[in-house]
Design a protein around this ligand. Structure first.
Ligand SMILES: Cc1cc2nc3c(=O)[nH]c(=O)nc-3n(C[C@H](O)[C@H](O)[C@H](O)COP(=O)(O)OP(=O)(O)OC[C@H]3O[C@@H](n4cnc5c(N)ncnc54)[C@H](O)[C@@H]3O)c2cc1C
Length: 385
């Protein structure tokens, strides 16, 4: 039995929920640069967003393989998991590193959807991919943490009640390794905005609300620390394999969507008195994109299996994300080319999905950073930076 067989029931249930939100719905939200509130509400009410929360905290405690099917189906239906994937995996840091009090306080509310935690603040304007040199600081003062600094590209602040922030608590000069001295914090956005936190939206190519955040002496309670002080990089990393794997599944969903649309159009569109798909110049690229997608999907299942077996999944999760993002982008290109001029028309949805899937070669980790991880940690090549 393949993992996809054991997930069939979940696949069918999510597929039928997604079918209530057709292309027109997602297109309208994208054109309005809106938020698919009804769609996210429906997924939350059905319990799908709480897939990875353990049962004792009100979630369904599903496996990574099962959770990945939820994300895949959202994208395969024409939607974009980017609107809600944070709700599924940002809380992973609480599950893995939170105190019992934090788990009791937050997880049941996240599971029910009463509390949205969709944002994670890591990237900074002056340090970018060089995460361990980030400059935002958190200092302990009179039993509170005081935060100063800046973040960029932080998604979904407008649709989150809380965010997880990575900040430096011990100066870089005082730690042995750059990854030390960073800490994670849970920020209550509603009480922070206007009280030391300023949010400035960044309009971008995809409807993925992103923001610049400015922290100016933001004070937060001492118990906002998530995981050990100085151990924030690890707290964050622990959740990242899940993030990479779920995003790989989203890309796989996108890829199948593109292949389906390309196949359909190539069969229907008649030029020179024959379906365009009869030309090898049209059908071969679709076949090639499909083969590469199927191969990427195998690595996605491998990453899921490693996470579910509690094995080290770093390499598999990164490779799955790399292969799936590449395969979905190639499928996107082929789909657009197959549609000719109509690929550019919003009403075909190809251009929207094309923009959406392109993101995953840059965020949440760019392709070069994956190459660097594999070169150094899998192949034992010298560290390059
Ligand atoms: C739509 C969107 C949503 C996002 N959401 C979030 C979010 O919610 N939270 C968050 O923290 N961040 C978020 N990000 C930020 C995202 O994670 C970063 O954009 C990404 O990690 C790359 O960082 P950067 O943009 O600073 O690029 P840079 O680090 O400036 O890199 C630019 C390019 O140079 C390459 N490069 C840099 N250094 C090297 C090197 N040493 N060797 C080889 N190549 C190198 C990179 O691979 C990249 O291609 C989001 C970004 C986007 C676009």
């Amino acid at each position: 039995m393949t993992p996809s067989d054991s997930c069939q029931e979940i696949r069918e249930a999510v597929r039928s929920l997604c079918a209530q939100f057709p292309d027109e719905y997602h297109r309208k939200v994208d054109l309005a640069r809106g938020y698919p509130e009804e769609f996210v509400q429906a997924l939350t009410a059905a319990g799908w967003m709480a897939a990875l929360i353990p049962q004792q905290y009100g979630g369904s405690g599903l496996s990574m393989a099962e959770a990945s099917v939820i994300m895949e189906e959202i994208n395969r239906s024409g939607g974009n998991s980017g609107a809600c994937h944070g709700q599924m995996y940002v809380m992973n840091a609480i599950v893995r590193s939170g105190s019992e009090a934090q788990k009791q306080r937050y997880l049941p509310q996240i599971a029910s959807g009463a509390l949205r935690i969709q944002s994670m603040g890591v990237t900074e304007p002056s340090t970018g991919s060089d995460t361990t040199r980030l400059k935002t600081t958190a200092e302990k003062k009179d039993g509170r943490w005081v935060i100063n600094g800046q973040k960029v590209w932080i998604s979904r602040i407008q649709h989150s009640d809380m965010m997880i922030l990575l900040a430096r608590t011990t100066p870089l000069a005082e730690v042995k390794r750059r990854s030390e001295g960073l800490s994670c914090f849970l920020i209550d956005l509603k009480s922070a905005i206007g009280q030391g936190l300023t949010v400035r939206p960044i309009l971008n190519m995809v409807n993925h609300e992103t923001n610049e955040l400015f922290f100016d002496k933001l004070e937060i309670p001492e118990e906002s620390l998530l995981g050990p002080e100085g151990g924030g990089f690890k707290t964050l990393l622990d959740g990242l394999n899940a993030e990479r794997t779920l995003i790989a599944a989203e890309c796989i969903g996108d890829g199948y969507w593109f292949i389906d649309r390309a196949r359909k159009y190539a069969n229907e569109r008649v030029v020179f008195n024959r379906p365009i798909g009869q030309n090898q110049g049209v059908q071969f690229p679709i076949a090639e994109a499909f083969i590469e997608l199927e191969a990427a999907n195998l690595m996605r299942w491998q990453a899921c299996a490693k996470i579910d077996a509690h094995e080290n999944a770093g390499a598999a999760a990164n490779m799955a994300k790399y292969l799936a993002a590449k395969a979905s982008w190639e499928a996107a290109n082929v789909c657009l080319q197959t549609h000719g001029g109509f690929g550019f028309a919003c009403e075909y949805d190809v251009e929207r999905k094309f923009r959406e899937t392109r993101l995953y070669q840059v965020a949440p980790i760019s392709t070069n950073m994956i190459f660097s991880y594999v070169a150094e940690h899998v192949l034992g090549l010298p560290r390059s930076f």
